[in-house]
Write a protein that binds this ligand. Sequence first.
Ligand SMILES: Nc1nc2c(ncn2[C@@H]2O[C@H](COP(=O)(O)OP(=O)(O)OP(=O)(O)O)[C@@H](O)[C@H]2O)c(=O)[nH]1
Ligand SMILES: Nc1ncnc2c1ncn2[C@@H]1O[C@H](COP(=O)(O)OP(=O)(O)O)[C@@H](O)[C@H]1O
Length: 418
Amino acid sequence: MAKRSMSLLGQWSSRVFSIDLDKRGALLNFALTEKPQQAPEKFRNIQERCYSVLVCGDDRIQSARFYFGLEDLLRNELPAECELLPVSSYLPHVKDSLIRGYFLKDASECPSLTRRVLGALGLSEQVQVCSYLRGPDGGRWSQQLWSGSENQNMDVSKTCYVVPSEEANYHPSVLNMENSDVFYCRAEACKVLQESCDIIPESRAVLELVGKTDASRHSPDFPVVVIEGLDATGKTTMTESLREALGARLLRSPPQCLSPWRAVFDREPPLIRRAFYALGNYITAEQMGKEASQAPVIVDRYWHSTASYAIATAVSGPVSSLPPEGSPLYRWPPDLLQPSLVVLLTLDPQERKRRLEARGQGQTDEEQELDHNLLFRLRVEEAYRRVRGPACVVVDAGPSADKVLQQVLLLIKEHCRL
Ligand SMILES: Nc1nc2c(ncn2[C@@H]2O[C@H](COP(=O)(O)OP(=O)(O)OP(=O)(O)O)[C@@H](O)[C@H]2O)c(=O)[nH]1
Ligand SMILES: Nc1ncnc2c1ncn2[C@@H]1O[C@H](COP(=O)(O)OP(=O)(O)O)[C@@H](O)[C@H]1O
């Protein structure tokens, strides 16, 4: 039988499940009970055979990578008529209790193939498979916890009943964000890369560079100004103009020294990728501290980008899925150098698209996601505005480059007495 951490199974019937029905944050939440009761209405309308595959191994690096590849694996193995919907499960108000996976609606003509594939998956220590059975009256649904057995005839180790759960006033991913999607101290980000060294050798090189930086924080003698914004809002143009206008030093995050490994980490799941970007900020922070003892410093992206992309990626759906304004998840890491001013360049989406095309540069997958996923872009833009410590000052980057430059120079004069 696939071993399962007893803590996971022990509390299984206390878990809440959240299926993203339209993959845009329309969540169907349900809980479990030992006593037969009516299932939530939206559940009752499900016609097909359904299952859930949840990733719940004890090693967070292995689980993050397994979940990251799970959708492709299921699509390759299962009949094409199986619909996959993201599902997460958590213990209400228990941090780090979140496990993720897919809810499967099998409308195929070959249910035995589906069961065989899931049976094989269920043998893995990484996975908990469940099947859902509609009761004779159609109103009740039960959930069977599969216990992997060598002969792959999945035994059922536990049966619970699917019942409505109270509406959570937060997106399930919010429970898991702290030091998994967003890192609030250097040590936590380092821990993730240390745990990744066996499977991602490049982690060692990144940790070595971070290890050489001076963790202490000196308040800079000269102002440090960060320029933030989505791709093609004009950050590169602005930062280079500011360098000239102020005789400033120009830095960026992630720093140049991490460039050789960036593509490697961009292919990793959020847990590892965000730890990489967080450590990039700490290396840039040390460079800021040094350079700002000699001259003003201008930085192209920093903590706001790291936190905003991470938070906006971790949840699905509309801006209302984000952690609420004022949430501690928008706080600044206490061990990360704070800039004097953060300017957020905003731009009308059409003009931004025009500039992107005019520039003709490749985009990160995330940037492509920004283009065709309006909800994601709105979440990133709103997350930028909610980050505190310091908050960003929004500047419309629509006017000519020179006009925007004059406006930012005025802001720097006001905020940084330059
Ligand atoms: N710099 C930075 N980029 C991040 C971070 N997290 C995700 N990204 C992704 O990396 C992309 C930008 O990387 P950059 O190196 O700044 O690319 P760029 O060519 O400078 O993009 P622009 O600064 O928008 O011109 C972002 O648009 C995100 O898709 C982060 O913490 N820092
Ligand atoms: N204020 C502006 N008005 C018109 N075009 C601009 C302006 N600022 C930048 N651009 C152009 O838009 C494109 C993207 O600018 P860039 O500085 O590369 O943005 P980012 O660094 O934010 O991706 C470039 O071709 C640049 O020349």
